[in-house]
Design a protein around this ligand. Structure first.
Ligand code: HAM
Length: 421
């Protein structure tokens, strides 16, 4: 027996309503804020991710799906959406357009993680990126957009965590201070943090293990090390957020799992959840485009995982609209009626009325059972008598009331019924 690979999931029809709901809200939001859809390939040159997300992060060191194609080129399944968007921005000369260029995407991302609730090896990311502006008001707008998106879905149980991790000038000084602090406690650190101390000290602040958290509690704060420009930017972002009445919590330990961020970083935490399951995250990445060979170009963005949004919609008991279902089920008895049923199904569909026609010459009882389980509003029943009189029996599946309708009138009657329901 084959099963879906570990950490992946089939999305069954009964779940699709959530997906459609979220994708429609995402598209409406992006339209409202002036973002345009960009679709990038599912695989890229593996170096695109290695250079931008950078070594020393779990994502690059342990989680990428890397493979060689038949020509020997090393490719990686898309691990996240920001680096591909930046690659496309450079490749297609989008820097020639008025800046910032605002782009959004919805598509799968692949990470070889240990699967658990809300953490999969394939997940669907919705993200948006504003490329080509350094204005702190844009950081605030991206955070506002995040908040408005979650509100538009009907979610309210979340908080926005905010931090600044500085720039190329001030961050190295902070990292030195952090290393000095942690060097005093090496024996207490978990094996992962011992490696982080050497390879990616900022990530030390993110460790969830008790003894490491105690060391983090007394660690120096990045905000005490920001250069005047980063400090001013951070203050400005906060001022704009206050102007917009967006509540946020300063979180000096928030560093994010990817290495391309500068200045503003933020995450959305569900209120009742374990720390590992951020609903979404983002921030500024002013050096990323340059790292990819473009001109220095400031940018800011956000991404969220659709599966985690669905978990939270269910947790917060948000009802989503159900998907449209067929209006009627066509049942038949006898060979002559079957031919009429085939003809009628085609005629109704051409008139834009969604129907399902019985197959395999089942008993009328079996056909009605099927109509019930499909949840249709009407059954159209055709037998020998209806063939002779060129009519159908139209049964209302909710009230069980039946009436005979001439074949020539059934399209009009169903259209009328459709309007009134
Ligand atoms: P990220 O925090 O790595 O950021 O991922 C964004 C969101 O994707 C997470 O907050 C989470 O909702 C979802 N996610 C990540 N990994 C998984 C997983 N294994 N299973 C389920 N959901 C997951 C980024 O990817 C950045 N590109 C965000 C960004 C955009 N920054 C600036 N612009």
């Amino acid at each position: 027996m084959y099963k879906a690979p570990r950490g992946t999931a089939d999305i069954l029809p009964q779940e699709q309503g959530y997906w459609k709901y979220i994708e429609e809200k995402a598209t409406a939001l992006c339209h409202l804020y002036g973002y345009q859809l960009l679709t990038t390939p599912i695989f890229e040159d593996s170096q695109l991710f290695a250079r931008t997300i950078a070594g020393g992060t779990d994502l690059v060191d342990k989680e990428m799906y890397i493979f060689e194609d038949r020509s020997g080129q090393e490719l990686a399944l898309r691990a996240e959406g920001t680096a591909p968007v930046c690659r496309a921005y450079i490749e297609h000369g989008l820097f020639n357009l008025p800046q910032p260029v605002k782009l959004y995407y919805i598509g799968p991302a692949f990470r070889y993680e240990r699967p658990q609730a809300g953490r999969y090896r394939q997940h669907q990311q919705f993200g948006f990126e504003a490329i080509g502006a350094a204005d702190p008001a844009l950081d605030a707008e991206v955070i506002e957009m995040t908040q408005q998106f979650l509100f538009s879905l009907g979610l309210s149980g979340f908080s926005i965590q905010l931090n600044s991790i500085g720039c190329n000038l001030c961050q190295p000084k902070y990292i030195e201070a952090l290393k000095r602090h942690y060097s005093n406690y090496i024996a207490r650190l978990c094996p992962d943090c011992k490696v982080r101390l050497l390879r990616n000290p900022l990530r030390l602040l993110d460790c969830k293990k008790g003894p490491c958290q105690q060391v983090a509690d007394t660690a120096p704060k990045i905000t005490d090390y920001l250069c005047p420009e980063c400090q001013a930017h951070f203050q400005s972002v906060q001022r704009y957020l206050k102007t917009l009445d967006i509540p946020f919590q300063l979180n000096y330990r928030l560093v994010r799992g990817l290495d391309y961020y500068t200045r503003t970083v933020f995450e959305v935490e569900p209120q009742k959840e374990r720390a590992q399951s951020a609903l979404g995250g983002g921030g500024r990445y002013d050096n990323l485009i340059e790292r990819l060979g473009g001109k220095p170009t400031p940018a800011v963005g956000f991404a969220t995982g659709i599966e985690r949004l669905i978990l939270n919609l269910k947790r917060e008991k948000v009802n989503v609209p159900s998907l449209p279902k067929p209006v009627a089920f066509i049942a038949y008895l006898g060979d002559e009626a079957k031919i009429e049923a085939v003809r009628l199904a085609s005629k109704l569909r051409q008139a834009g009325i969604a129907v399902i026609k019985a197959t395999d010459d089942k008993s009328l009882k079996g056909q009605m059972r099927q109509a019930n389980s499909l949840g249709v509003n009407y059954a159209i029943i055709m037998g020998e008598r209806e063939v002779k009189t060129q009519s159908v029996v139209l049964r209302d599946m909710i009230s069980n009331a039946q009436k005979t309708v001439p074949l020539t009138e059934i399209v009009g009657v169903l259209k009328q019924e459709q309007k009134s329901t």
